[in-house]
Design a binder for this molecule. Structure first.
Ligand SMILES: [Ca+2]
Length: 275
């Protein structure tokens, strides 16, 4: 699918009015289409091709998605009393393993780090470290870390965790103690880019869903500058639920495919990102 062909039309674009920063950038992309883009410092529009449409549990309030191991997703779901950590077969969408969270937690994003899985909670000030039980070899919460502020999305690279909290900030976190070692401010065309949500590390850049939009941004973790945009608006299921936003990004580095889904989406899309 050609992302340039699905740039927001006028009516869709009106939705962006409340999202001035984002609207500004997309407007810039439209106005400056062509070689002027680079010169103006406007983020690259990343085109993609849909390779496969795969089934996804339409009741999953997806908060995090990652490759667990070849053929399987690590997926986390939210809502109090319904939050789970799941191992999902990619080809069939079948949930092969599920671990409910304590009912006091609203589960958020998760990332696999060595043999552990770190999972955020929304407003409970806790990050859970899941490890493998020696008894049944299945995940169990081994440790609970304190966390200040909200937890939204998490990914990792080069030995550190990157955590989003719904603002324009990304925090670099030491996985040994959950101490914040660095905070970067994310900007789009020089303006704060907030509502950073589900995250995914791809080739050293951090990709983030922007909450309540169908836009994914590509962030340079050194500068915080958004240097690429993906428009998923043609993939967002229509008229399901106001909360059914894009909120799952999983990168398969072996196949070089990006999997995208969202809260309550009936499908996962397998994409090739085009140069
Ligand atoms: Ca992810």
């Amino acid at each position: 699918m050609d992302a340039m062909g699905i740039l927001p039309k006028k009516t869709t674009f009106a939705v962006f009015v409340g999202w001035l920063t984002l609207g500004y950038a997309w407007g810039g992309v439209i106005a400056l289409a062509g070689p002027n883009l680079q010169a103006a410092g406007v983020p690259e529009v990343i085109k993609f091709k849909v390779e496969r449409e795969l089934p996804h549990d339409p009741t999953a309030f997806t908060q995090g998605l990652e490759i667990w191991e070849p053929g399987y997703f690590l997926e986390t779901t939210g809502q109090y009393g319904q939050s789970e950590l799941r191992k999902v077969e990619i080809a069939t969408g079948q949930v092969k393993l599920r671990r409910p969270l304590d009912g006091k937690y609203f589960g958020e994003g998760a990332t696999k780090f060595g043999s552990d899985i770190f999972q955020l909670t929304w407003r409970e000030g806790a990050i859970l470290r899941w490890g493998v039980s020696s008894k049944n070899k299945e995940p169990e919460v081994k440790e609970t870390f304190s966390w200040i502020g909200e937890g939204w999305g998490v990914t990792n690279g080069k030995g550190i965790l990157w955590v989003s909290d719904g603002t324009d900030q990304l925090k670099a976190v030491n996985p040994k103690n959950m101490k914040v070692t660095k905070t970067i401010k994310v900007t789009l065309s020089g303006k704060p880019m907030d509502h950073l949500n589900e995250l995914e590390m791809i080739d050293g850049k951090i990709f983030a869903n922007i909450w309540m939009t169908s836009t994914v941004v590509r962030i340079n973790p050194k500068s915080g500058v958004v240097d690429g945009l993906i428009d998923l608006s043609n993939l967002v299921p229509k008229q399901i639920h106001p909360d059914a936003v894009a909120n799952g990004l999983a990168w398969d580095s072996r196949k070089r495919r990006l999997y995208v889904t969202g809260k309550l989406w009936p499908k996962v899309y397998e994409l090739t990102l085009l140069k």
